[in-house]
Design a protein around this ligand. Structure first.
Ligand SMILES: *Cc1c(COP(=O)(O)O)cnc(C)c1O
Length: 395
């Protein structure tokens, strides 16, 4: 399957998103790769069957639909190859299992997505892998934590919920000098805003559930890898048969075509809202690395090409009751996990209950916002009324 229109080099990002992983000439002229469902793949001869000859050999190993998204994501991420997974968390666990074995040591950012942490503390520990959490701001100081058996350094930028910005190139340089593999959860920026493999990341994870979908209507993960790591990743994928469902892959391909547009709009809306929230008397601090006032701004500016729709604020001290009065009465903001869809969301959070290498003491409740595609004035009115309820509740 060709992945690009012929005879055109140096395509821009948006053109690539439209064409990648698509070959209408193979689909009777229809624009999109259809949903292939299936387990059995028939071989024409005994010889072909015994030697597993052919691009497709069995449903768990891939279909034209999954190959289409793998090829497209490989281009978008600037990788050597991609495997898919049935969720973002499955993509994380697949990447970790590919590069760790019993007796290994893992360095994990303290700001990581919490379910990743739970996997380290449960499954990885059970299989004999030791995890050390590190300060996300450690940069080249990661050198002090590397041990002879450290095989993976796991990063995520910005940090989950609290949005610490990591110096990925500095961490990667030190880790590579040690022979360790650098894995990054790149879900927030996507490769459009942070090209992971150009910045020293060997293996990059994306929860396709978020901006690839854009609709809160599917679960999907992508793991892309550079030349050094792809063969090992693919082998682990085949061993685990961690294949996503065909409808979700199809919807992921559909989302890919409009992802750049949606992401730019989420970025614009979120920056506007972050500044508006920063001016509110009820807000103590805005945690958004693309704001000049943020401690992570310099690194964001150097390494990232954009920011997405997700950020947090810390409120000035208020009672739990006042916070509930604010949130329970919101008409447009939904409360629920995940993000990346067209709708705005808010969730309260408290990192203090689970972080171990750093201390989280912001002095007020944390709120994480995802800014959707609604009219900003409507969203602001919804929050304005919420802040009024918050103030009233505390008298
Ligand atoms: C949502 C998310 C995941 C997990 O994705 P699911 O598809 O919900 O399993 C992983 N990492 C980050 C940073 C996320 O935000």
């Amino acid at each position: 399957m060709s992945n690009l229109p012929p005879k055109i080099d140096d395509l821009g990002e948006r053109t690539r998103l439209v064409h990648a992983g698509r070959d209408p000439s193979q689909q009777h002229g229809f624009v999109n790769t259809p949903i292939y469902r299936g387990s059995t793949v028939l071989f024409p001869t005994t010889d072909d069957l015994l030697n597993r000859r052919g691009r497709f050999t069995y449903g768990t190993h891939g279909t034209p639909t999954t190959q289409s998204l793998e090829a497209a994501w490989t281009q978008v991420a600037g990788a050597a190859g991609t495997v898919l997974a049935p969720s973002g968390l499955a993509a994380v666990t697949l990447a970790l299992m590919a590069f760790l074995k019993a007796g290994d040591h893992l360095l994990m950012t303290d700001s990581v997505y919490r379910p990743t942490r739970i996997f380290c503390e449960g499954m990885l520990k059970k299989f004999g892998v030791e995890t050390t959490y590190y300060d996300p701001l450690i940069g080249a100081g990661i050198a002090d934590l590397l041990r002879p058996n450290t095989s993976v350094v796991f990063t995520e930028a910005p940090g989950s919920q609290s949005f610490e910005m990591q110096d990925i190139p500095a961490i990667a340089e030190v880790a590579h000098g040690h022979g360790a593999v650098v894995i990054m959860d790149n879900t927030w920026a996507t490769p459009l805003f942070f090209p992971p493999h150009d910045r020293g990341v060997d293996v990059a994870i994306e929860a396709g559930t978020k901006y690839l979908s854009g609709g809160s209507d599917l679960l999907l993960g992508m793991v892309s890898a550079n030349e050094r790591c792809f063969a090992t990743l693919r082998k682990t994928y085949d061993a685990l048969a961690m294949c996503p469902g065909p409808e979700d892959v199809f919807l992921g391909l559909r989302g890919l075509r409009t992802m750049a547009l949606r992401l730019r709009e989420h970025e614009r809306q979120a920056l506007d809202m972050a500044k508006w929230l920063g001016d509110r008397p009820e807000v103590a601090q805005v945690l958004h690395p693309a704001l000049e006032t943020d401690p992570g701004y310099a690194i964001w500016k150097r390494d990232f090409k954009g920011s997405s729709g997700l950020f947090s604020v810390v409120l000035k001290p208020c009672s739990d009751k006042a916070l509930a009065a604010m949130l329970d009465g919101l008409a447009l903001f939904g409360m629920g996990f995940s993000w990346g869809g067209f709708e705005s969301l808010v969730v309260p959070f408290d990192c203090a209950t689970y972080r171990t290498a750093t201390q989280w003491r912001p002095g007020g409740h944390g709120l994480r916002f995802h800014i959707g595609l609604e009219d900003l004035d409507d969203l602001k009115r919804d929050l304005d009324a919420g802040f009024a309820r918050l103030r009233d509740a505390d008298g």
